[in-house]
Design a protein around this ligand. Structure first.
Ligand code: MSP
Length: 523
């Protein structure tokens, strides 16, 4: 059942205290691109996303909205589900932590931690940030403008004193260090790995894992006065979705040993310190990797409700197009770094990379073929060195981008693909098929064939990133639905000369520099 070619990818589950914004869309888009890539590459994929619905933060937001927490979470969770649909996400499951299957899994992991002797009852007295749903030591706090105490994230903290169960995190310090020494790629990028290692080496305190001062959470088995700490509950979602506590389930056996968690840099500590410690204590192997991406600012500023610059993904897609938004966020910023979102940068990418480079290449080749080759795949003659070099570049693409995607570097994969797009544009200019039309129509057909075959490769490998445009391009090249996987790359599955081609249509319209200006994407 264990299958090294299986692949399990997860987004963080999103807090339902807020409506979806660009930060949420970003993680989901990245995971979707990676999941689509792996499926096209013949791997068995499970892609999970969902919502994090318990805890004090959500309970407070429900109260502020004057709603019962269950009604509130139903409503906001639905908005996140709609986001995954609007992003045309290929998630295999959408988990909600209020579901019965998840409550069962959370209580089961609790029991496993009890059985391991890793949980004990005591009293918590210390600082808590509701916004971060995290405990902070006095030494970690900073002072705000009015002298108030703040968490390192800038969130306000409150003093909490209540009976609490503790997890013996301190016991896991050395096993965690040993685990990371053995698995150097278990945290990426390296900067995050170093941050985590330093934190662990600094000494781990036992962690408070239950609360008694509010009710919105998973009850601690055997002690209803306590609810489980929301992060222990939330992290367990990754197990729930593959069938935990049934560790013999096929889904668990297949996917858990291949789990990759994609998270934002702000939640690395939860995923790379607490989570593997909980898992090891419960006798479960830690995930293969936690990859932390950076944060987006907007036009140079932190995205915040107070600044009224929160980028709404639904509006963004409506204004600029889904493929365009997907491409921009994946290409503009190296995955793992922080980045800035600006309308100008988005339009620049759309008009430059998508319209001028890719769209124009497809348009030139397909419309010349339509007009001059009887609207059918051209019949090539003998290939010149230049033709062979062009075809080789297209055929080799997958070998370069596969390792890039396997290390969660979609920006590198796109850069690689675009070098071939630019090479194809340079080849068109060099070969000037429009001039050959009169002087050497056979040679023109060969050039257009080489280009069409290169376009077929480009369309296949761009499917994970710009799925709609790539599938339109494959339609325009008359490539069958069953011939769009990566095992159809290479010369063996080359286009068949003479195949009728439909009328070409533009893939990426150019935008006016002022597009979306009045109807700003930020609300
Ligand atoms: N509920 C927790 C995750 C639990 S996972 C077991 C949570 N939720 S969140 O909704 O606050 O954040 C979800 C993700 O959105 C995080 O990975 C966070 O890094 C990401 N982002 C939030 N704002 C962001 C930006 N401005 N830019 C990029 N990503 C950002 O944390």
């Amino acid at each position: 059942m264990a299958d090294a070619r299986a692949f399990y990818i997860t987004t963080p589950i999103y807090y339902v205290n807020d409506v979806p914004h660009l930060g949420h869309a970003y993680t989901t888009i990245a995971c979707d691109a990676i999941a689509r890539f792996m499926r096209l590459d013949g791997r068995k994929v499970m892609f999970l996303t969902g919502t994090d619905e318990h805890g004090q933060k959500v309970e407070k937001s429900a109260a502020e909205a004057g709603e019962d927490p269950k009604d509130f979470t139903d409503r906001v969770s639905q908005r996140f589900r709609e986001l995954t649909q609007a992003l045309e996400c290929t998630n295999d499951d959408f988990i909600r932590t209020t579901e019965a299957r998840h409550i069962r899994a959370s209580q089961a992991i609790w029991q496993a931690l009890i059985d391991a002797g890793d949980i004990y009852l005591d009293k918590y007295a210390g600082w808590y940030s509701v916004r971060d749903e995290a405990y902070f030591a006095e030494s970690e706090l900073t002072k705000g403008p009015d002298g108030e105490k703040l968490a390192p994230t800038g969130a306000p903290v409150e003093w909490v004193e209540e009976p609490s169960y503790f997890f013996r995190l301190s016991r896991w310090q050395q096993p965690l260090l040993d685990h990371y020494a053995k698995h150097p790629d278990a945290i990426l990028p390296d900067s995050r790995r170093n941050e985590v290692l330093n934190f662990i080496k600094g000494g781990l305190q036992d962690l408070s894992v239950s609360r008694t001062s509010f009710k919105w959470g998973v009850p601690v088995p055997g002690d209803d006065a306590h609810i489980m700490y929301v992060w222990l509950d939330a992290l367990t979602n990754y197990l729930t979705a593959v069938g935990y506590p049934d560790v013999d389930a096929e889904s668990f056996q297949t996917f858990w040993p291949n789990a990759v968690h994609i998270v934002g840099k702000d939640i690395v500590r939860f995923h790379a310190v607490y989570w593997p410690a909980f898992l090891m204590a419960a006798g479960i192997t830690p995930p293969v990797r936690v990859f932390a991406h950076g944060w987006w600012t907007v036009e140079g500023q932190k995205m915040s409700k107070t600044l009224r610059n929160v980028v709404e993904p639904f509006k963004l897609i409506e204004t600029y197009g889904l493929d365009q938004v997907r491409y921009f966020v994946l290409r503009e910023v190296p995955f793992g770094n922080d980045g800035d979102f600006s309308r100008a940068a988005l339009i620049h990418r759309i008009n430059g990379d998508l319209a001028n480079d890719f769209g124009n290449l497809a348009q030139r080749v397909l419309s010349m073929t339509q007009k001059n080759c009887d609207a059918a795949v051209p019949h090539p003659g003998a290939f010149s060195d230049d033709d062979t070099a062009m075809l080789d570049a297209a055929h080799c693409l997958i070998e370069t981008i596969r390792p890039q995607m396997e290390r969660e570097a979609p920006h590198e994969a796109l850069e690689t693909i675009w070098t071939v797009i630019r090479a194809a544009n340079a080849y068109v200019d060099r070969q000037a098929p429009w001039a050959l039309r009169k002087t050497d129509p056979e040679r023109m057909a060969t050039v257009l064939y080489v280009l069409s075959e290169s376009l077929r490769h480009l369309a296949i490998v761009t499917q994970p990133f710009v799925p709609d445009a790539a599938s339109q391009l494959l339609d325009q090249l008359a490539v069958d639905d069953g011939a769009r996987h990566f095992d159809h790359l290479g010369p063996r599955h080359a286009l068949t000369p003479g195949t009728a081609l439909p009328k070409p249509q533009g893939l990426f319209p150019r935008l006016d520099e002022t597009a979306g200006e009045a109807q700003s994407a930020a609300s």
